[in-house]
Design a protein around this ligand. Structure first.
Ligand code: NAP
Length: 650
């Protein structure tokens, strides 16, 4: 057997006892892209990688991932033969293939060539050979046994738990401060109806804590909240977390070379010192309320933000207004539409919809069987998702300077995507041209977040009790409702703000003061920057996760980004301890040079080139959220810190 995963959620594979006919029925429902790769990996039979049967993971929306029916049938038959031989041989998997063979399998799976640079990255993502290759390579007891060193982690969401796990593995003393009374961050706070992940779960999960038995391809909020809770339990992280405790300020001492945190918890405010601080507070955390709309706050009925869902408000039969049609609103509107009396959808800018037929589907029994019985099928599936949603898709959102897309596309591929998605909207709203028109974006695909759809958006907006108020904007909010641009007052019982988050106000509302008392928010002046999203000059030993320019647009998994960031932070801590120093401070020139590159590259991407408004840009119009390079590049740059990028203090 190949080594099994490090995940606490994955047990031994089940033996295969099914008949040939039963296996054929299962393989009929298998996702094709990972099928032959998994069998080649499990059996060592590289002849299964027949070029004429190679699906294209980027054609995942096409039936059979772009293969003809005949090719698909031949691929399944080939797989059946291999699976039967595997069963008859006692389900004994071949030894872990050589790197050369893994590379061949990868190149087959992505249809690419020259994937060598990706090999180590993807082996990590696969949990290849059952190893957790992102675990710290040092332990404090070995590098600095007698040096007291204590780290504060702010937030116990996805990134904070991950940091706590890595610090535990390295044997570094730490405390996690969490303002809520449970772990999970965004998956704890967002309880609005319909909340679910829009990145397939087989990829949206820790590489070292993968799950094969996700109930849905895109799990719902309760399932994700449970997953992060189960990780905290299985990895023994809860003891270091102080719940209901918010960090109010962090102040660096130039004398002590330490941070002083003021924290407010259940028993009052206290002050504590730490050697390093990791901010894992997330970007999409603080609601963006439309306070600039005249009359905001005057509404007399219940009004709340999607991320502060008020379950005590009974929406049944009520006239409800939802402001916004971003990812959150497009999940909650279909859920509440059948319950409410009338639903008014205030749309300012439509989102591009990515057709996702299985968005709400449960994982079929056949797929669950494959995850549980066929070695590495789940891992190759994860890899195919990783590729098609990540670096495999980046060309589609990269600007071609020669291309004149009249503000609606940035390259020929991007324009093809625009046409395909425009046709999708037209087909979805067939017979309702005014809605098709309202729901067709006029900016490049990828300039704003692409929202997943399985047909539910059109089914919802075409309901008799739903009305879309499009484009004209909102003139005012009144005690009774909302006044539209043409002066009509729409009287409603409830207002729901699906208006997003103050994403570019990184680390707010916390007060942070670095060297010489430098105030971080004054220093940034609304234009947050960091080196690799992690370190900021003059703020020694302050490390950010999901910091400036670390958001990913073409929908790779943000868990991957955090895993890279945490490894980098552990590398920096290891450097400090091994060199007998107290702190690291990133060099200003290194930071500045990096930011020049980031800005230039972001302008070459759909989200930076387009004029359309989005939460990717800050008040200065700069893209302060997004990583413009490949996923590979973030991995390469965060493998281990270059000591020359930093000044060691103490
Ligand atoms: P968002 O994408 O920022 O959407 C906010 C919506 O509110 C937009 O339609 C925006 O219009 C509108 N809006 C904001 N202020 C307004 C105003 N003053 N008047 C009228 N309309 C206003 O926020 P979100 O939907 O909460 O999503 C944020 C991000 O969270 C997503 O992009 C995604 O990364 C993440 N998310 C993920 C999931 C998931 O994984 N399933 C679910 C939800 C959210 P404009 O477009 O014109 O600005």
């Amino acid at each position: 057997m190949p080594a099994r995963s490090t995940s606490p959620f994955i047990g031994e594979l089940e033996p295969i006892t099914e008949s040939d006919d039963a296996l054929r029925a299962i393989l009929d429902q298998a996702e094709l892209p990972p099928l032959l790769p998994a069998l080649a990996y499990a059996t060592g039979d590289m002849s299964l990688l027949r070029e004429d049967l190679r699906p294209d993971p980027l054609m995942f929306l096409m039936p059979n991932a772009g293969l003809t029916d005949e090719q698909a049938a031949a691929a399944r038959e080939l797989a059946l033969g291999a699976l039967v031989r595997f069963r008859d041989g006692g389900c004994v998997a071949a030894p872990v293939p050589s790197d050369d063979d893994v590379l061949r399998i990868m190149e087959f799976a992505v249809g690419g060539t020259d994937m060598a640079a990706y090999l180590p990255l993807l082996e990590e993502e696969l949990g290849h050979a059952g190893e957790d290759r992102r675990a710290p390579t040092w332990r404090k007891d070995d590098v600095a046994p007698d040096v007291p060193f204590r780290v504060a982690v702010i937030g116990a969401g996805m990134s904070g738990l991950l940091t706590a796990h890595r610090l535990t593995q390295a044997g570094v003393d730490h405390v996690v401060f969490e303002k809520n009374d449970d772990v999970g961050g965004t998956w704890y706070e967002n309880t609005y109806p319909g909340c679910r992940v829009d990145n397939p779960n087989h990829a949206y999960s820790y590489s070292f804590a993968q799950r094969h038995d996700w109930p849905n391809h895109y799990s719902t909020q309760p399932v994700l909240h449970e997953y992060f809770g189960a990780c905290a339990d299985a990895l023994g992280l809860r003891d270091t977390i102080r719940f209901r405790t918010e960090v109010e300020s962090a102040v660096w001492s130039d004398e002590d070379l330490r941070w002083t945190l003021t924290v407010r918890g259940p028993s009052g405010t206290s002050v504590e010192q730490f050697d390093a601080v990791v901010s894992a507070v997330g970007q999409l955390n603080r609601p963006n309320l439309p306070t600039t709309i005249p009359g905001y706050g005057s509404f007399e009925g219940p009004a709340f933000h999607s991320a502060r869902w008020d379950a005590s408000v009974d929406l049944a039969g009520k006239r409800v207004a939802v402001i916004g049609t971003g990812a959150s609103a497009m999940q909650l509107i279909p859920e509440i539409a059948p319950t409410v009396g009338e639903l008014l959808v205030f749309q300012r800018t439509p989102a591009w919809m990515g057709p996702t037929p299985d968005y709400h589907d449960e994982v079929s029994d056949a797929l669950q069987w494959l995850y549980g019985h066929l070695p590495s099928y789940a891992e190759w599936n994860r890899f195919c998702i990783f590729w098609r949603l990540g670096d495999g898709a980046i060309a589609g959102v990269t600007v071609d300077p020669e291309w004149d897309g009249k503000g609606e596309s940035v390259s020929v591929i991007n324009d093809m995507m625009r046409l395909m998605l425009t046709e999708y909207v037209a087909a979805e709203f067939a017979g309702r041209p005014e809605l098709a028109d309202a729901c067709t974006p006029h900016y490049p695909v990828g300039a704003k977040r692409i929202v997943r759809d399985n047909g539910i958006w059109a089914r919802t907006l075409t309901r008799d009790n739903v009305r879309v108020l499009d484009g004209g904007g909102i003139q005012a909010i009144t005690p009774k409702g909302i006044v539209t641009a043409d002066g009509t007052e729409e009287v409603v019982d409830v207002i729901i703000y699906g208006t997003g988050f103050t994403a570019s106000k990184f680390l707010t509302p916390m007060s942070v003061k670095g060297e010489g008392g430098l105030d971080l928010h004054e220093h940034w002046a609304g234009d947050a920057r960091a080196y690799l999203g992690v370190t900021i000059p003059h703020f020694p030993n302050l490390f950010c996760l999901y910091g400036p320019n670390t958001n990913i647009v073409v929908n790779g998994s943000i868990v991957y980004f955090s895993e890279c960031g945490v490894r980098y932070i552990l590398g920096l801590l290891g450097l400090v301890l091994a060199r007998g120093a107290k702190a690291v401070d990133v060099r200003q020139d290194v930071h500045d040079r990096f930011n020049v590159q980031v800005d230039a590259e972001n302008r070459r991407m759909a989200w930076g080139a387009s004029e359309v408004n989005s939460w990717y840009k800050n008040d200065h119009g700069r893209v302060a959220q997004n990583w413009p390079f490949t996923l590979l590049e973030y991995w390469q740059r965060t493998q281990s810190p270059n000591p020359e990028d930093y000044e060691l203090l103490g």
